[in-house]
Design a protein around this ligand. Structure first.
Ligand code: ADP
Ligand code: MG
Length: 165
């Protein structure tokens, strides 16, 4: 599976998508979040943290380049929004060995497309009315295709959120 489109009706539903991602993620998975301010990238990241069993909730890493959390795997959370030199920030904040041991989640990944390996899961979020968000998940490479397929299966057995018709 390479693409999954979802419609979320609430922050809780978006968190639920994140939770499924966190539950099925494996070491070295890379999740790139793309979408305007307020679409729900941090909300989704909170769900990923929950799904990974991280105790404290994810906030935007304002004072550190890359926030680290410990769940069943390490989770690294970067937010490139205010970062002047995203490539340098990522290199300083996280080495390759660390990244490969955990799950990496990057908000505003489009600011540094050259910084990331070709294989990743991209999540694009856009507004679709006040509390509605359209989520387009696109996987590149077999590992992330597996992740996407497992997320799709777990969401469809939960019954929500629905795929847009
Ligand atoms: P970002 O990190 O993309 O800037 P946040 O996750 O910080 O966005 O904020 C998203 C805001 O939108 C929150 O205030 C959240 O409550 C609200 N919201 C409303 N509907 C949704 C939805 N369906 N999914 C995610 N967030 C939503
Ligand atoms: Mg954010």
């Amino acid at each position: 599976m390479t693409t999954l489109e979802l419609l979320s009706h609430s922050p809780e539903e978006t968190r639920g998508v994140g939770r499924a991602l966190g539950q099925h993620a494996q070491a070295s998975d890379l999740i790139l979040l793309i979408g305007d301010l307020g679409t729900g990238k941090t909300t989704l990241t909170q769900g990923i943290a929950q799904g990974l069993g991280v105790a404290q909730p994810a906030r935007s890493p304002t004072f550190v380049l890359v926030a680290q959390y410990q769940g069943r795997l390490p989770m690294y959370h970067a937010d490139l929004y205010r970062v002047n030199n995203p490539l340098e920030a990522l290199e300083l904040g996280l080495d390759d060995q660390e990244r490969e041991a955990g799950v990496c989640v990057v908000e505003w990944a489009e600011k540094a497309p050259e910084a990331f390996p070709q294989e990743h899961l991209e999540v694009r979020i856009s507004y679709d009315g006040e509390d509605f968000r359209r989520l387009t998940l696109h996987a590149t490479g077999p590992r992330h295709e597996r992740l996407l397929a497992e997320v799709a299966r777990s969401l469809s057995s939960e019954g929500a959120p629905r795929q847009p018709s």
